[in-house]
Design a protein around this ligand. Structure first.
Ligand SMILES: N[C@@H](CCC(=O)N[C@@H](CS)C(=O)NCC(=O)O)C(=O)O
Length: 221
């Protein structure tokens, strides 16, 4: 049986899916499709056959079925590989909050990057673009703060069990403007993402797929 094929990109949300596949012990073929490299549009175009949205991640399942949407992919992988114990099951009391925050990160936060990364998509007027970027960043911070206030983490966001929600928040909190604002907005989540950064199972993975830059995760001065 064929394995997984992941369309991903270094420093993208697809890295959360890669991290999950690694922790699940599932091999995958990676097709690097950097959808945000304006100098090499042919790279991102590689994903078009799998995802007409021209976005990564897109995951081809062993059945050849294609899945897009990072939150849905992560949740589905947990259903397909329950032995990895990376999500509370349907009867687990933590399930509702798991689904709630997986959707929240995707819908309220990740989706804003479509505008933030290219404000001309919604603001053709050049003068309006920088203020729009700033509004997006404020909204992203506000959403992290709301999540921070509503969760009751233990060692991990949902309690004492690591889940793909921890991986997802860790990756999305690495997006611009990196962690500086995130730590200020979400102090309860800060030690959790740092613990995911430090997972021994992913020690070789992070530098390869979401490299650290000097000072990128410092607290604001
Ligand atoms: N809703 C999608 C968003 C995916 C997404 O925005 N991916 C980025 C990379 S982090 C991308 O490919 N952006 C290119 C674009 O939107 O043009 C998901 O959750 O998977």
């Amino acid at each position: 049986m064929a394995g997984y094929v992941l369309y991903g990109a270094v420093g993208s949300g697809a890295v959360a899916v890669e991290a999950a596949l690694r922790l699940m012990g599932q091999p995958y073929e990676l097709i690097e499709a950097v959808t945000f490299d304006e100098d090499h549009p042919e790279s991102g175009d590689k994903v078009l056959g799998a995802n007409p949205m021209r976005q990564v991640p897109a995951l081809v399942l062993p059945s050849s079925e294609v899945m897009t949407e990072s939150a849905a992919i992560l949740i589905r992988l947990c259903e397909l590989h329950p032995q990895a114990r990376l999500a509370p099951g349907p009867d687990d009391p933590a399930r509702s909050q798991f689904l709630r925050w997986m959707s929240f990160v995707s819908a309220a936060i990740y989706s804003l990057y479509w505008v933030k990364d290219d404000p001309s998509r919604l603001a053709p007027d050049e003068a309006a673009q920088e203020p729009l970027v700033q509004r997006c960043l404020e909204r992203i911070s506000d959403c992290w703060a709301i999540m921070n206030d509503q969760v009751e983490p233990g060692r991990w966001i949902l309690g004492e069990e690591l889940s793909v929600l921890d991986l997802y928040v860790t990756v999305v909190s690495r997006f611009q403007p990196r962690r500086k604002r995130f730590y200020a907005a979400a102090p309860k989540l800060a030690p959790i993402v740092q613990a995911v950064d430090a997972l021994p199972e992913l020690a070789d993975f992070w530098p390869e797929r979401y490299p650290f830059e000097p000072g990128w995760d410092r607290l604001p001065a």
